[in-house]
Design a protein around this ligand. Structure first.
Ligand code: KG4
Ligand code: ZN
Length: 330
């Protein structure tokens, strides 16, 4: 029985997962509304709220799983990458819990969690597979030969796809985070109304989204405030279409180049309804089996951290007492 803790950004998360990948509980306390008034995540505020919420979130995860700490065999925690102050809260709590009970502790790479989210549940994906991870901080294509690690085949050279959604949302006057709002609004708009660039840098599998955001900025300036408000759904739909086109184009290329037979998506942007639909179409066309996690396993959560911990070496007491969070790489 694994108790996992995730506090890398603005969601305070704890989950109980069994060694054979059954999710017993997956609790997410979102601070989204707290940060919305600032138009983005304020790191110091996120850390303070993690501190306030973490005990209750862990209690809730244990209760929903119908277990107590006595039933837990190991603790898993996100070590990085993420906001350092936010990560520190999770790492300190995990070390404390593990140490008093002399339990093993598994430090987990947050991105590894997104990559292996589809190994959870009763239809787990098995390596080898390819995974597209698109979140607020990262966008990359990974090849997984063994679930304990992943090789990055291509990644964004500037903004992440989620960042493009959030910055675009802000330009359109949508509340933070822009991704879910843009998804919802796009359903009422015409994706062909505006022409936005599809940037495909180099001939590899890299991404670039900063030019797209700038194109939206210029378009909004050109047409003015009233017209932007009037045509917001069309702008959102056209902008979203450009992001999804790029993600699907690169995913197809990765599949064709590697000859992969299995594909998974992960990260907050994998919650996007148009991406889910389009990637399913592309995989069906290419004869590739696709794993699309439920939305709660796409956006940040602790169940995916438990998933990754099953493939990561545990540290024993007392060696993890010197474990540190890491803002960049895990
Ligand atoms: O994985 P995640 O929860 O946190 C990070 O590790 O960054 O991803 C958050 C990102 C945000 O940029 C948010 O706008 C985006 O995922 N997102 C979406 C949707 N839901 C969340 N983007 C597009 N469509 C969605 N439905
Ligand atoms: Zn994430």
């Amino acid at each position: 029985m694994i108790l996992a803790i995730e506090t890398s950004c603005d969601d305070t998360c704890a989950a109980v997962v069994t060694g054979d990948a059954a999710i017993r509980s997956n609790v997410i306390a979102s601070q989204g509304l707290i940060h919305a008034r600032y138009g983005g995540v304020v790191p110091e505020i996120a850390s303070r709220h993690h501190l306030e919420l973490i005990d209750a979130v862990i209690d809730d995860a244990l209760e929903r799983a119908d277990v107590t700490l006595d039933d837990i065999d190991r603790i898993a925690v996100t070590r990085g990458p993420g906001l350092i102050g936010a990560l520190l809260v999770g790492v300190a709590v995990a070390k404390g819990l593990a140490a008093v009970r002399r339990l093993p502790l598994v430090p987990v790479d947050h991105l590894h969690g997104h990559v292996v989210a589809s190994t959870l549940g009763d239809n787990p994906i098995e390596p080898p597979f390819l995974c597209l991870v698109a979140s607020g901080g990262h966008t990359f294509l990974a090849s997984v030969e063994d679930a304990g690690t992943y090789e990055v085949l291509g990644q964004t050279l500037d903004d992440a796809a989620g960042e493009a959604f959030d910055k675009g949302g802000r330009l359109l006057g949508l509340p933070y985070p822009g991704g879910p709002e843009m998804d919802r609004l796009s359903k009422q708009g015409d994706a062909g109304a505006f022409d936005f660039p599809r940037s495909l840098p180099g001939d590899g599998l890299d991404f670039s989204f900063s030019g797209l955001k700038t194109a939206l900025l210029y378009r909004v300036r050109d047409i003015g405030e009233d017209e932007t408000t009037r045509r917001r759904a069309d702008l959102a739909a056209s902008y979203q279409r450009a992001i999804v086109d790029v993600l699907v184009t690169r995913a197809r290329l990765a599949i064709e180049r590697t000859g992969a037979r299995r594909f998974a998506i992960g990260g907050g942007v994998a919650a996007n309804s148009e991406l889910r639909e389009r990637i399913a179409g592309a995989c069906a066309e290419l004869g590739v089996d696709l794993w699309v996690p439920p939305i709660a396993l796409c956006t940040d959560n602790a169940a995916m951290i438990a998933a990754a911990s099953r493939f990561t070496a545990a540290l024993q007491y007392p060696e993890y007492l010197s474990l540190d969070a890491s803002a960049r790489v895990a």
